[in-house]
Ligand binder design. Structure first.
Ligand code: SF4
Length: 93
């Protein structure tokens, strides 16, 4: 992890909270616990960018769960395709 990890609010926390297996608590409960910790984190934006840049698919990163990050990836891909289509159409015109 890069240097921003040293300021992470999750340092020293049980990894099970951020990568719940369902063995210690219900995953939804762990998800809420992780998000509560992320909400206090001073490097939440760096963490979120890192998760997207390195395509982290598992666990909570930057206050976002797996489904939320997947939605953001889908939205970003849709925007990218729309931009590419716009540029292609503009060049053809
Ligand atoms: S945003 Fe959450 S997962 Fe990321 S470093 Fe901070 S506490 Fe950890």
């Amino acid at each position: 992890m890069s240097t921003w990890g040293e300021d992470a609010a999750c340092r020293g926390e049980d990894p099970e909270i951020f990568f719940p297996s369902g063995k210690t608590a219900h995953p939804t409960f762990e998800l809420q616990r992780a998000k509560a910790i992320c909400a206090t984190c001073g490097v939440i934006e760096q963490c979120r960018r890192f998760a997207h840049a390195t395509d982290q698919r598992i666990g909570v990163w930057g206050g976002l769960g797996e489904d939320e990050r997947r939605l953001q990836r889908l939205r970003a891909a849709r925007v990218r395709r729309a931009r590419e289509g716009y540029v292609a159409n503009t060049l053809r015109a």
